[in-house]
Design a protein around this ligand. Structure first.
Ligand code: HEC
Length: 92
């Protein structure tokens, strides 16, 4: 009985640990979560956030599209870039 309860606890805890829907709240958050979590987790954004200047974020989004083939059109890319700069751009 005790053992069964412990296993259930693990099952309940697992989804919370796997979730990466914890991007900073702001305009464009949903778009970034939908487009930038397809190939890798959005942790990639947070891991780089302290280092990337606005221009570098722009280049990063372009690289995901051109080099890695992310299917993101210009309008969506602009929205994503704005979000990244606002939420995760290096502060001068
Ligand atoms: C088509 C697949 C794909 C999509 C979609 C994608 N990426 Fe990537 N991303 C990659 C690959 C491949 C790498 C590099 C390989 C690795 O390190 O795993 C990478 C690496 C990164 C890195 C680490 C730094 C670097 O340049 O290697 C960041 C930051 C990043 N991506 C941000 C984004 C953002 C922001 C978006 C949404 C615009 C996005 N990615 C969408 C494939 C993708």
């Amino acid at each position: 009985m005790m053992r069964a309860l412990a296993v259930m606890g693990l099952l309940l805890a697992a989804p919370a640990m796997a979730a990466d829907g914890d991007l900073a709240a702001g305009p464009g958050q949903d778009v970034v979560a939908a487009n930038c979590g397809a190939c890798h987790t959005t942790d990639y954004i947070k891991m780089n956030s302290r280092f990337l200047a606005p221009e570098t974020w722009k280049a990063e989004v372009t690289k995901m599209r051109v080099a890695f083939g992310a299917p993101i059109d210009d309008a969506v890319a602009a929205e994503i870039t704005q979000y990244l700069i606002a939420q995760y751009g290096a502060k001068p």
